[in-house]
Design a protein around this ligand. Sequence first.
Ligand SMILES: [Cu+2]
Length: 117
Amino acid sequence: MSSSMNRRAALRLMASSAAMPLLATTAYAAAHAQPTTHTVTIMNMAFSPANLTIKAGDTVIFKNEDRTPHDATANNGAFKTPRLSTGQSAQLTFPAAATYGYICSIHPRMTGSITVT
Ligand SMILES: [Cu+2]
């Protein structure tokens, strides 16, 4: 009797450990994933990627790898990073669905967008 209980417990353990890698690959897991952190690199007077789509709750890190200072300033005033020198970064979390166009306020021809779904 105790050996059959042990076998059931062992089977349950195998089932649960086998399910974990599968779960991580399903669409359900992707849709309900933990918030993700994305990086927008600033280089050669441009944001890269210039157009980024993320999910509500995700975080975006703006990292300046250019030789000159830059920022990221939303056209609608929703956010503005500090002025970032070479090597500096700023992170913003986007709690709700929205679309933001943004520029570098120092070099307004530098443009980008973040779409939060
Ligand atoms: Cu700039």
